[in-house]
Ligand binder design. Structure first.
Ligand code: ZN
Length: 267
């Protein structure tokens, strides 16, 4: 599935090095991921989540708070993953969900791609059953028409690129926050919280096959977990000093969580 980001030819692995027919080489890092992000595809020197954010996310997810989502996701992906099929997790982060997919689909070939080197490093340490690469979802280092299933969780959406890498009739499983996801957390931080906007699910070039809403409640027993959760949200950087102050004073919190698991077929 992986291709050379420079010439777009197939990559072959020889020992610890990926090589294309034009002899461009990409060494795997000690943990096992390969960096296929070209300098001109970066928007900063160290794109994506930094090490502290990755660690906070990993610590939070490993406590199982989002296990109901992982279960629903794996159930859905297994439904569409036939033996030997190729699965791409686009924007895989530190690999929490990718690893669960690998466990649920042991016969599949799975690739996870994230723009953060730190995230790819943690992901590669999680599981050897998945090939992890650093890359942009807007320039996926993945061959045309090579994926049976593509998963995208809370990650940037790039319809054209996802269309390109999917096989005809390929499946895209997308996860987005539901309307009341983290409602009580937002109420605790903001004077005027607003619900998540749930848009029309129609996407160009895809047919929506299925929608499953996963909801639950989680009890966060300490500020560390509350802060970690908040840092995983897009509101993190937009919060006022007052909001940050309120957040730092929260010792416990019970909040609703909610996710839309959407299954699309490439048209
Ligand atoms: Zn090449």
């Amino acid at each position: 599935m992986l291709i050379c980001p420079k010439c777009k030819e197939k990559l072959n692995i020889e020992g610890r090095t990926y090589t294309c027919v034009n002899r461009y080489c990409y060494d795997t890092a000690k943990s096992g991921y390969v960096n296929l992000l070209l300098a001109n595809q970066m928007n900063s020197a160290l794109p994506g989540d930094n090490k502290l954010m990755v660690q906070a996310r990993k610590a939070f997810l490993d406590k199982g708070y989002y296990a109901p989502l992982a279960e629903a996701l794996c159930r859905t992906v297994s439904e569409y993953a036939s033996k030997g099929c190729k699965i791409l997790d686009a924007g895989c982060g530190e690999g929490y969900y990718t690893e669960k997919i690998a466990v649920a689909c042991p016969d599949a070939e799975i690739v996870g791609i994230d723009i953060s080197k730190n995230a790819a490093d943690y992901a590669a340490r999680r599981t050897k059953a998945v090939k992890f690469a650093v890359g942009s979802v807007f320039h996926l280092p993945v061959a045309d028409g090579s994926c049976d299933v593509l998963t995208t969780l809370f990650a940037p959406y790039c319809g054209e690129e996802f269309q390109r890498v999917l096989k005809d009739n390929g499946i895209m499983v997308m996860v987005i926050p539901a309307e009341r996801h983290l409602w009580q957390l937002k109420c605790a931080v903001y004077d005027e919280p607003y619900l998540n906007e749930v848009k029309d699910f129609a996407l160009d070039g895809f047919e929506l096959l299925k929608r499953e809403t996963v909801t639950g409640k989680i009890d966060l027993p300490c500020n560390e977990d509350i802060t970690a959760l908040f840092s995983m949200t897009p509101y993190y950087y937009k919060t006022s000093a007052e909001g940050q102050q309120r957040l730092s004073e929260l010792d416990t919190l019970t909040t609703e969580i909610g996710f839309e698991v959407l299954v699309y077929k490439k048209l």
